[in-house]
Design a protein around this ligand. Structure first.
Ligand SMILES: [Zn+2]
Length: 558
């Protein structure tokens, strides 16, 4: 709906040719390609300080390091900006999952964040009680849980419970190469505007139609009204809380699960249940690599007794801790009250060190401001870097920041600073180099990006698409009508190997790709901060009061 409106209103406006200072582009490229510090950034963020779970002490240590770096580059007004309360802090100290019977084996596993501790090793008999496959539709997830409880109530006490059935390969995944760069054909597809979609009117009670494919799902979610997304987040949390409560009431010892992508030693580990102290904490929960989990399934099928020993110790707070965004500035010379923002989320999941998600984006954005300061480029507007926390729990840090500084998407009550933010540029799709940009439905910005990105065409940047992309922090800005953009990046092994996995470590970050991205974003930010006008905007969104609590929202837009 929003896309169609923007096209219609802006069709008559012809943008003037955007001026790009090629000598600045040249200096940025030379500095980045000869003296890059981006890999130093990534190694500190991952190998030294990672992982960086929101509200953990190691997040704070990494943030303190980043802030000191930014200050050493000459940025000012650097601070950790508190938001919250968020939830428990959770720092892993020790864990193990060991098969005891029929024979000893150390299993390749990782605990899910915010699991309860075991208080020492505990051994138990293993039973299979598989949950329904994860539904992204919270209403369906709730129905599935109700039938699960009806089936297993009273049968799981004192057991270690396997909650996944056989791993289902992701559709088509077995034929995909592990590492992929976009071909010209792929990019031509992305460049095409999506076919117009008839928007079925909102009808409470009907199910969402969420695509299985992860990239399609991102795009679909990006097109949903914020109120619908918020309601989905709340409903999903409620279902997870009910599930934890059920397992606690049953008295299970621990939960074991599998993941559709977790083979060859990979495990993908996010959260178990809630991080809020007031909610039921999930039992000790471990995800096990496919081959090791499948051995357990085979033993179940052969009706062999299985005993497993688990241990988990994480330092965790009893109360909710505040979380922080990391903010610093390069003051503008002639229009210091007008601001261009750039950012990336700084928090990560726990089983790797948060390298491609999103140490890479953070390392690049730190490099961008280093370039701008090192070259002492004069910019009219203030350039502000923000590195967010709580992104992995629902863009919490950036949403809190936008609400505090610019406006509330629910009421569309906006602040005086709303008029002063020119735009926001985000990087959070792994280590892959930049291939173009998503215009997020904003036609009027196309000529700007065409001019800004032209000097980087020979570095593989060719694609400007009207499409939306979702799943990360530019949405928080877009939700209040501020220009917010995420770049198109080569997928590499992000969705096949690293995203939220134990192999999200610095070896999977490609130096050349991060250097390319750093030079491009530095140039784009410089252009945005020096052009005479602020960035053109889409019409302001309408206020989005929360959807009715009991209604199952239906996706009306794509
Ligand atoms: Zn991310």
């Amino acid at each position: 709906m929003r896309i169609a409106a923007a096209v219609f209103l802006l069709a008559g406006i012809v943008a003037a040719q955007e001026r790009v200072d090629l000598s600045v582009v040249n200096r940025i490229k030379a500095e980045e390609f000869e003296h890059s510090k981006v890999m130093e950034h990534i190694e500190y963020l991952t190998d030294v300080y990672g992982p960086r779970l929101t509200a953990s002490p190691e997040f704070k240590q990494a943030a303190d390091w980043a802030l000191k770096q930014l200050e050493s580059y000459g940025l000012t007004n650097g601070h950790l900006e508190k938001w919250g309360p968020f939830g428990r802090s959770w720092t892993l100290q020790q864990y193990a999952v060991e098969l005891l019977e029929p024979r000893y084996s150390l299993m390749n596993a990782a605990p899910l964040a915010w699991s309860r501790n075991t208080n020492g090793p505990i051994a138990g008999d293993v039973t299979l009680a598989p949950l329904a496959a994860r539904s992204f539709d919270p209403a369906q997830a709730e129905k599935d849980l109700e039938s699960y409880i009806a089936k297993y109530k009273g049968k799981l006490r004192g057991k270690i419970v396997m909650i996944s059935s056989e791993a289902r390969p992701t559709a088509g995944s077995e034929n995909q190469p592990l590492i992929k760069r976009y071909t010209d054909v792929d990019l031509a597809g992305i460049a095409k505007a999506p076919e117009p979609v008839f928007h079925i009117p909102y009808t409470p009670g009907e199910p969402l139609k969420i695509p299985e494919d992860p990239m399609q799902r991102l795009e679909y979610m990006g097109g949903l009204p914020e109120s619908v997304r918020e309601q989905m987040r709340e409903q999903t949390k409620d279902v997870a809380d009910k599930r934890s409560q059920f397992f606690n009431d049953e008295g299970v010892l621990a939960l074991l699960q599998n993941d559709t992508r977790a083979h060859d030693g990979l495990v993908f580990a996010e959260a178990a249940g809630s991080y809020e102290p007031a909610k039921a904490q999930a039992p000790p929960t471990f995800v096990i690599t496919k081959e090791h989990y499948d051995r357990l399934l085979h033993l179940v099928r052969l009706k062999q007794p299985i005993r497993v020993q688990v241990s988990l110790h994480a330092e965790q707070s009893a109360d909710a801790k505040d979380a922080y965004n990391i903010v610093a500035e390069i003051p503008g010379s002639s229009k210091p009250d007008e601001v261009v923002m750039l950012g990336a989320h700084f928090d990560s999941w726990n089983s790797g060190t948060g390298a491609t998600d999103n140490g890479a984006g953070s390392a690049v954005m730190m490099e961008v401001v280093r370039l701008l300061k090192t070259l002492d480029l004069k910019m009219d507007r203030t350039v502000r870097i923000a590195m967010w926390s709580g992104e992995e729990q629902g863009l919490l840090g950036s949403r809190a920041y936008v609400k505090e500084h610019f406006g509330d998407p629910k009421t569309m009550k906006i602040t005086s600073q709303h008029a002063k933010l020119s735009g926001y540029f985000n990087l959070d799709n792994g280590s892959g180099k930049i291939r173009g940009v998503y215009l997020q439905g904003n036609d009027s910005i196309r000529p700007l990006f065409e001019s800004w990105l032209e000097p980087f065409r020979d570095l593989g940047v060719s694609t400007i698409t009207i499409r939306n992309t979702g799943g990360t922090d530019h949405l928080s800005f877009d939700a209040v009508g501020l220009p917010g953009f995420q770049f198109i990046q080569d997928p590499l092994d992000y969705m096949t190997v690293t995203h939220h996995s134990n192999m999200d470590v610095s070896d999977h970050v490609l130096a050349g790709d991060l250097m390319q991205a750093s030079a491009i974003i530095a140039s784009v930010v410089y252009d945005a901060a020096t052009r005479p006008e602020m960035l053109p905007r889409k019409p302001l969104p309408k206020p989005q009061p929360a959807a009715p609590a009991q209604a199952s929202p239906k996706a009306a837009t794509l």
